[in-house]
Design a protein around this ligand. Structure first.
Ligand SMILES: NC(=O)c1ccc[n+]([C@@H]2O[C@H](COP(=O)([O-])OP(=O)(O)OC[C@H]3O[C@@H](n4cnc5c(N)ncnc54)[C@H](O)[C@@H]3O)[C@@H](O)[C@H]2O)c1
Length: 253
């Protein structure tokens, strides 16, 4: 049986990595997708991939941590694609450092993109979801929420997103809106590549080392996360809300 009603979805940080795979997956599921990233020009590749596969996409440039840019982006999506009732808060950055070397800027940038960004996006989209008595919010957390050396800022933000998710589930549930979080383990993207570079390890070796610690004996791919997003967004997942699913190839990676 085919998936139900096509919706309008916004995926933040969708120029590449997990966001790009998620945007493509939601488009393949039949949704019109706003591919949002810092610079509209960088969304082109994802937009073209979706269109080449027969889907509908709109590239939108916005910094999710900027309230005015978020409002303008959401207004534009509503005007050009329709009411955004699916929101995937995926945009993310790392500014890793041991606590004693971490600057205020390292701290603030990470909080602003992950926490303020998810808050601003959800606040701007919720009225469309409430009006439609349907909504799906998926926030990207991380296994780092459990604590990770060198990531005091990032692990705090990713744990914060879990509390945010649960509160949205409680506040918006009666309007047909679910909110869930995905906490990925090691996913092969530019983000993990940058981590390998910072540690001075070749990316291939970094991947091999990570895979040896993961029960399913491989690292994750962006499509692994997109698959779980697709489930949370589906019509049938309306009774699953406020959950955090660790997608890490095992109980913890
Ligand atoms: N890769 C992993 O192993 C992993 C693991 C756990 C969680 N995550 C989370 O998954 C999400 C995606 O990660 P990824 O590996 O694909 O990262 P990535 O670095 O490949 O992509 C992140 C995207 O977010 C965009 N972005 C950054 N700041 C933004 C802002 N202020 N406004 C709009 N867009 C912005 C970037 O331009 C980029 O396109 C992030 O939230 C990340 O923290 C990743």
């Amino acid at each position: 049986m085919s998936e139900a009603t096509p919706r309008v979805a916004i995926v933040t940080g969708a120029a590449r990595g997990i966001g790009a795979a998620t945007a493509q997956r939601l488009a393949a599921d039949g949704h019109a997708v706003a591919v949002l990233d810092l610079d509209e020009a960088n969304t082109k590749e994802t937009v073209q991939a979706i269109e080449a596969a027969g889907g509908t996409a709109l590239g939108v440039g916005a910094d999710v941590s900027d309230a005015e840019q978020v409002q303008a982006a959401v207004d534009r999506v509503a005007a050009e694609l329709g009411p955004p009732v699916v929101l995937i808060n995926n945009a993310g950055v790392t500014r890793d450092n041991m606590l004693f070397k971490m600057t205020e800027v390292d701290w603030d940038v990470v909080m602003n993109v992950h926490l303020r960004g998810a808050f601003l996006m959800a606040r701007a989209c919720q009225k469309y979801m409430v009006d439609a008595t349907f909504g799906r919010i998926v926030n990207l957390s991380s296994v780092s929420a459990l604590g990770n050396r060198g990531q005091a800022n990032y692990s705090t933000a990713k744990a914060g997103l879990q509390g945010f998710t649960k509160t949205l589930a409680i506040e918006l549930g009666k309007f047909g809106v679910t909110a869930n979080a995905i906490a990925p383990g090691f996913i092969q993207t530019e983000m993990t590549k940058a981590t390998a570079e910072r540690l001075g390890i070749a990316f291939d070796d970094f991947i091999k080392g990570a895979a040896s610690q993961i029960p399913v004996a491989r690292v994750g791919q962006p499509e692994d996360i997109a698959h779980l997003v697709s489930f949370f967004v589906s019509e049938g997942a309306g009774f699953v809300s406020g959950q955090v699913v660790y997608a890490a190839g095992g109980p913890r990676a």
